[in-house]
Each structure stands twice: as C-alpha cells, then as structure tokens.
Design a protein around this ligand. Structure first.
Ligand code: FAD
Length: 379
C-alpha cells in the first residue's frame, strides 16, 4: 500500500480533499481533534460551483436527495420591508450554470462526505487526535498529536480551519482578523413558523448594521435563521451560546417580520466572524493548506464551504498530474486557487458593507443592487 496523505481536520474541506484523493486511489489518514466527527446544526447555501464539485466526487444524487432548491434569492430592506432585488434561480439559472442553487443542512452535507470517504476503503478517520506539531523531512511528513499519537505520510494537508495550527507553522501570520460582526444561528421545525413566512426562497433582510437570513432546509421540514449584527463586545466565540436579549436590542429598529422571526427561537448559537487578507502562497514542501485554513472569508457570499470543496478536488487533480512531485503539485494547486479564493475574501467584505448599510449608503445599495440578473450576481 502507498504511503498515505495526512489531512488535519475532518470538516467539510478536509473530508472533500480526503475523498477526492481516495477517488484517485490514494490512501488518506484524517486526523480530527473532536472526539465525535460531526458538523454544527445549521444550514448552508450551496452554489452551483459547490454542486459541480460534489458531482465530480460522485455525490450528485446524494446531494440532490438532501437539498432544498429555492425559486429565488431575495434581498429585502429589513426596515421598510420593501423588496430590493430578486434573483430567480430556477431552470434558466440551472441551464446557465450547469447546476442548481441549493440549501442544505451542514450536517447532511458533512455526513454525505464522511460516508463516501469511509466507503471508499481508502480513508481512515482518527477522531480525538489534535495535531500539535509536524516535521517535513523532504521525503515524508510526521505528525505528532496532543494525545501522543504519531502519523506518517507522504504529505500533509492542513484543513484545520480558521485557527489552523498547520498555517501557523507554514505562514506564521498570527490570529485571524476579528471583523466586529457577530452571527447568531438557529434551526427550528417548520411548524413553528407561521404560514405567511414560509417561502421557498433564501431571503436576506438587510438592516442598518444587521441582517437576517431565512430559508427552508431538509425537504422543507426545517427553517434556518442566521442573524448578523455589528458589535465590538466580543473578540472570540465560536459555536458559543448566544444571548437572546442582545439580539433583540440589535434588531430593535427592524420591521415586524424580522422581529417576529427572531421571536420564534429560544436558543441561539453564536459565532464571532473572522477572516484574513488573501495571500498568494500557502504551501511549503510537502505541506499545504485548504479551506478556511488557507483563505478564511466572511460568509456574505456563502462561498467558504464551496471554496473548501473546490480546493480539495483541484488539489487531488494537481497531485495526479504532478508525476509524484508533491511540492510542485502543491505550488500548482495554490497558483490555481489563490485568486479565485482571494476574490471571495475581498468581495465578501464588500457585501457585508452593502448588507449592513445605513442612510445614503443604504439608498446607494438599493440603486446598485436592484434589477441585477443571476448572471451579474453569480458570475
Ligand atoms: P472547518 O469546517 O472549520 O473544519 C476544520 C476542522 O479541523 C474541524 O473539524 C476542527 O475540529 C478540525 N481541527 C482544528 N484544529 C485541529 C487540529 N489541531 N488537529 C486536528 N483537527 C483540527 N459557506 C458556504 O459555502 N455557504 C454558506 O452558506 C456558509 N454560511 C456560513 C455561515 C456562517 C455563520 C459561517 C461562520 C460560515 C459560513 N460558511 C458558508 C463558511 C463555511 O462554514 C466554512 O468556510 C467551511 O466550513 C470551512 O470548512 P473547513 O473544512 O475549511 O474548516
């Protein structure tokens, strides 16, 4: 058996990379710090680019089965309750981009990847093992975990997320940038949502220094809410318990629909949103990065997970075409990826400004975004 690739992190990106390598016949050891391999209970918007990658991994039908396909992506003014713009994502959109726009429960997407990786027979996932350090001796990489295990492989992929230890060793650029934006997320059974608010659409209610996103999940059984606001009160917090009162204070000037929807949830989880500036190189010898470890972005384009999956698939392609020269495969991979991912990092910040605009800026936003076509919005 060939020496395996090592992947640090069994998130969406790490599992996509592991599966993509396995599909090429390469064995992979995935090292995951959590004792249980799972994703958070929240929704994810999944653009056609993410869908295309899942198709390449042989998972098109599995995703089709789990996803909700909205009719529209709608931007509403979260104060006046007027529609700003509506992008149809029906058949014409699918024809144009080759794949649909989907809404998926993160846990479903994650378990589809995990199941396929395990069924490949080439991926071993080691839960409860936290990468502490590694050494690249030019021929192999040796990883040591905090729990005292040692793993050896032909290369290491750091898919260990926003606070990546692998990134610290490869790039050493300190902590990610705290954006001052806080996300509260919750999922509730659809029966708890009054009939008039149930739409087969992703709706974003843009308010001053806040916004609320709503959409259905899992065949319409569930309803996903993401509430975002500006605050300098927090400098950390990831999947932590959110404060309901704080949320209501931040959305006090929003329209009734927004307040009614917020009122349907008793328990919120909170994320302090962080990102980084784009970089050009994130590989060193037999070690590289992907997903949030390489290019963490704010979620305003709904592209972080899609980019992580794209990374995994392209990385495996580059490994196959490199004739065994892994340092050059990793250079080609980052060359192919950094501008595309960097564009998302930069544009996501801009969209955050648009969504949270106030006064004249809000009027400008309406003027600039109203009447945009799917091509303009999603190219
Ligand atoms: P992660 O999902 O963070 O996975 C990293 C994994 O590494 C984790 O399992 C972690 O436990 C493990 N790990 C960490 N350190 C170690 C270590 N030392 N050793 C071993 N394992 C380790 N993206 C979209 O495409 N669409 C959306 O709609 C969308 N909405 C979002 C909404 C919010 C509020 C947020 C915060 C993000 C959103 N994203 C969205 C972005 C998306 O969630 C991330 O970009 C994506 O999950 C990144 O995947 P990843 O595998 O790179 O990292």
């Amino acid at each position: 058996m060939k020496s395996p690739f090592l992947v640090a992190g069994a998130g969406i990106g790490g599992l996509a990379a592991a599966l993509a390598l396995a599909r090429k016949g390469i064995p992979v050891d995935v090292i995951e710090q959590a004792a249980e391999i799972k994703e958070v209970g929240a929704g994810i918007q999944f653009g056609p680019n993410g869908f295309r990658m899942m198709d390449r991994l042989g998972l098109r039908d599995a995703v089709n089965h789990l996803a909700v396909f909205p009719d529209d992506l709608i931007l509403m003014d979260g104060v006046s309750a007027e529609e700003i713009t509506r992008i149809h994502v029906g058949q014409a959109f699918r024809d144009k981009f080759g794949y649909p726009y989907a809404l998926i429960h993160r846990a479903d997407l994650h378990s589809v990847l995990l199941k396929a990786a395990e069924e490949s027979g080439l991926v071993r996932v080691h839960a409860g093992q936290s990468l502490e350090r590694f050494e690249d001796d030019g021929e192999r990489v040796i990883v040591a975990t905090r729990e005292g295990q040692r793993y050896e492989g032909q290369a290491l992929i750091g898919a260990d997320g926003l606070w990546s230890k692998v990134r610290q060793a490869v790039i050493g650029d300190g902590k990610p940038r705290v954006s001052g934006h806080i996300a509260y997320r919750a999922v509730l059974p659809i029966e708890k949502v009054p009939e008039q608010y149930r739409k087969n659409a992703m709706i974003l209610w843009a308010g001053p220094k806040n916004h609320l996103v709503q959409y259905p999940l899992r065949g319409g059984e569930l309803f996903n809410l993401v509430a975002v606001f500006h605050s300098d009160r927090y400098d950390e917090g990831w999947d932590a318990e959110g404060e309901r009162e704080e949320l209501f204070k931040r959305f006090a000037n929003n329209c009734e629909t927004v307040k009614t929807l917020l009122g349907k949830i008793d328990t919120w989880r909170m994320w302090v949103l962080c990102d980084r500036d784009p970089i050009e190189k994130w590989s060193d010898g037999r070690v590289t990065l992907l997903g949030d470890a390489a290019h963490p972005m704010l979620q305003y384009l709904a592209q972080g997970a899609c980019m992580a999956i794209e990374d995994g698939v392209i990385l495996a392609d580059m490994v196959m075409s490199s004739g065994g020269d892994l340092p050059s495969a990793f250079n080609n991979y980052q060359e192919a990826r950094h501008l595309r991912a960097g564009r998302c990092q930069v544009t996501a910040r801009l969209y955050g400004e648009f969504y949270h605009a106030d006064g004249v800026k809000a009027k400008l936003r309406t003027q600039m975004l109203s009447g945009r076509t799917a091509e303009q919005a999603y190219e």
